[in-house]
Design a protein around this ligand. Structure first.
Ligand code: IMP
Ligand code: MG
Length: 171
């Protein structure tokens, strides 16, 4: 398998910093919970909240749909529920990548009924051409073509998450 660089560490850092500043400007005045979607968004979320200039609480949710496949099974299960009370808070769902849109739609619907005053979504990467269901994120790091990427939290069968840059994985 070949791996080629798509976004270097420096490019990622610059873009995530911009996003953090934009989100703090937009959401200032709200009590904010950043809800990190495990496991892929861990690195993005850690960098994003540190680029924000407002108080932010952290929580985690985990969903599963992929198994060890490159393509979605289409079945989304909640593996870990958030712990914080979301009533009266603004919630920012932080995801690594939106592909078919199934995972994000599921997480969004699940969080919508928990009493948050506002639910926003941020994704590090977006593959809009791969959608099976419509989903539009409020904040997008980079929009990419339908290709399989790894690194900066993104895995293939649990491998490559710790690569600091984003690479395209091809046969
Ligand atoms: P969706 O439900 O098809 O939108 O898929 C979203 C999830 O699939 C993401 O949270 C990732 O975990 C995984 N995924 C989708 N595309 C890729 C990719 O290119 N590389 C690594 N993981 C991916
Ligand atoms: Mg994921």
């Amino acid at each position: 398998m070949a791996q080629t660089t798509l976004y270097s560490r420096a490019v990622i850092e610059k873009r995530v910093t911009e996003l953090g500043q934009q989100i703090s400007a937009d959401l200032a005045g709200n009590e904010l919970i950043a809800l990190c979607v495990l496991k892929g968004a861990v690195f993005f979320c850690a960098d994003l909240v540190r680029a924000m200039s407002m108080d932010v609480a952290l929580d985690f949710i985990q969903v599963s749909s992929y198994g060890n496949q490159k393509y979605s099974s289409g079945v989304v299960t909640i593996l870990k529920e958030p712990q914080l009370d979301m009533r009266g808070k603004a919630v920012l769902i932080v995801e690594d990548i939106i592909d078919s849109g199934l995972s994000m739609r599921e997480v969004f619907n699940y969080i919508e009924n928990r009493g948050a005053t506002m639910v926003k979504t941020a994704t590090f990467l977006d593959k809009p051409k791969s959608r099976k269901v419509a989903f539009h994120a409020d904040y997008v790091g980079f929009t990419i073509e339908p290709q399989f990427v790894i690194g900066y939290g993104l895995d293939f069968a649990e491998k490559y998450r710790n690569i600091p840059e984003v690479q395209v994985l091809s046969e």
